[in-house]
Design a protein. Structure first.
Length: 115
């Protein structure tokens, strides 16, 4: 079955960096688009970054120039490098993939940006 497991979250000071990882299994990772979402308390889940099977990327405007999504198909892992973190980046971060009409989510990893 499809599984996505995120890791790398934590507490970081404003201006700091974190790298999130999402390891996939149960599907052909190299042929799958991958996305990172986040959900802050009391807010809707929002798309942060996406990477296609061809490596094409796009980003939420507020994270452009600060976050970088990448993938390692040999490790079946997608990454989100987050630099210059701000308090408003605090959220639970989820990775997601889709196979046909089915979407699959990881369990989420908490990112807290606070001094």
């Amino acid at each position: 079955q499809v599984q996505l497991v995120e890791s790398g979250g934590g507490l970081v000071q404003p201006g700091g960096s974190l790298r999130l990882s999402c390891a996939g299994s149960g599907f052909i990772f190299s042929m799958s688009g991958m996305r990172w979402y986040r959900q802050a308390p009391g807010k809707q889940r929002e798309l942060v970054a996406a990477i296609g099977s061809n490596g094409y990327t796009n980003y939420l405007d507020s994270v452009k120039g600060r976050f970088t999504i990448s993938r390692d198909n040999a490790k079946k892992t997608v990454y989100l490098q987050m630099n210059s973190l701000r308090a408003e980046d605090t959220a639970v971060y989820y990775c997601r993939t889709q196979r046909g009409n089915n979407e699959y989510w990881g369990q989420g990893t908490q990112v807290t940006v606070s001094s």
